[in-house]
Design a protein around this ligand. Structure first.
Ligand code: HPA
Length: 282
C-alpha cells in the first residue's frame, strides 16, 4: 500500500526541495503559481528552465484528475522567476491534507515569497456566469471546520506559529493590484468569498442554498488548504477563481467535470492577461 503521511517534517520537505533544486540546476523561484482544473495550459507561457513530471519526485503527491497534467515547471513568466504547479492534488483523490499542502511547503523552502492560486469554481452568486474571473477576497474553510486542516500535527516552528492568523489570508495589496490590472485590460473581475468543500460529489441544491446563506460566492474542492499552508509560512497570497459553471441552487441543471474543463478554455486567455499584468507590476 502507498504510504500516505499525515505530517511531513522539515527534513522531509527539505529533502524534496533539494531534489527539485538539483533538477532545476539551482534556479530560484520567487513566485509560486498553482493552476486549477482546465487552467494548466497557462504553464506553456513560461520560458521553462526545468519541467519535472511530479511522478519523478519521491513522495510528491501525483494528480489523478483529468485536466491536471502533474508537472512542475520552473522558469520565467513575465520576467518573474516562477515555480508552476501544473495540476494540483485534492483531498478527494485520497491524499492526506499534509500531502495536499506539501507543494506549497516545498515552494516556500525553495524561496517562494508570493503564491498565486487559481481554481475552477462553481458560481454560488447568481450574478456570476461561466467564464467569469473572481478575485478571492476571503474563504470559508468548511473542510477545515470539520477537522481537515493541513496544519494538523506537530507545528513546524521554524516555518510559522502554531496558531496562524487568517484575518487577511488574501493579500490586500495584491488584490488592489489585480483589480487595477483588470480595469486597465478591460477584464471583468468579480470579487467574492470562496468556499472549499471536500468533494468529489458536487453540491446538492440544499448545500448551495446553505452556502449562499453563509455569504459564499463561489465553491470548489481545493485552494484553501494551500492558502493556509502559505499563510502559516508567511507567504503572500493572491487567489483567482475561474467560474466554470452556475451552481444549481434550484436543481434545474446538472454539473459535469467536462463543463468545468470547457470553461477553462474561455478563462485561460483572460487569466493569462491578468497574471502577466500582475507579475509585471511585482
Ligand atoms: N462545485 C464544486 N467544485 C467545483 C464546481 C462546483 O460547482 N465547479 C468547479 N469546481
Amino acid at each position: 500500500m502507498l504510504h500516505k503521511p499525515d505530517y511531513f517534517s522539515l527534513e522531509d520537505i527539505d529533502a524534496i526541495a533539494e531534489i527539485i533544486r538539483r533538477r532545476a540546476r539551482g534556479f530560484r523561484p520567487r513566485l509560486g503559481l498553482i493552476l486549477g482544473s482546465g487552467l494548466g495550459t497557462l504553464a506553456e507561457e513560461a520560458e521553462a528552465a526545468a519541467v519535472i513530471p511530479t511522478r519523478e519526485i519521491p513522495d510528491w503527491p501525483v494528480s489523478t484528475v483529468p485536466g491536471h497534467a502533474g508537472r512542475l515547471v520552473l522558469g520565467t513568466l513575465a520576467s518573474q522567476p516562477v515555480m508552476i504547479l501544473q495540476g494540483r492534488v485534492h483531498y478527494y483523490e485520497g491524499y492526506t491534507m499534509a500531502q495536499v499542502g506539501l507543494p506549497v511547503r516545498v515552494m516556500q523552502r525553495l524561496g517562494v515569497e508570493t503564491l498565486i492560486v487559481t481554481n475552477a469554481a462553481g458560481a454560488v452568486n447568481p450574478e456570476f456566469a461561466p467564464g467569469d474571473l473572481m478575485l478571492i477576497t476571503d474563504h470559508l474553510n468548511l473542510i477545515g471546520m470539520a477537522g481537515l486542516n493541513p496544519l494538523r500535527g506537530p507545528n513546524l516552528d521554524a516555518l510559522g506559529p502554531r496558531f496562524p492568523d487568517m484575518s487577511q489570508a488574501y493579500d490586500r495589496k495584491l488584490q488592489a493590484l489585480a483589480k487595477q490590472v483588470a480595469r486597465q485590460a478591460g477584464i471583468l473581475l468579480r470579487e467574492g468569498v470562496y468556499a472549499s468543500l471536500a468533494g468529489p460529489s458536487f453540491e446538492t441544491p440544499a448545500d448551495l442554498r446553505f452556502l449562499r446563506g453563509a455569504g459564499v460566492d463561489a465553491v470548489g474542492m481545493s485552494t484553501v488548504p494551500e492558502v493556509i499552508v502559505a499563510r502559516h509560512g508567511g507567504t503572500r497570497v493572491l487567489g483567482i477563481s475561474g467560474i466554470s459553471n452556475k451552481a444549481n441552487l434550484d436543481g434545474s441543471t446538472i454539473t459535469t467535470h467536462e463543463e468545468v474543463l470547457e470553461a477553462g478554455r474561455i478563462i485561460v486567455p483572460k487569466l493569462l492577461t491578468l497574471l502577466r499584468g500582475v507579475l509585471q507590476a511585482l
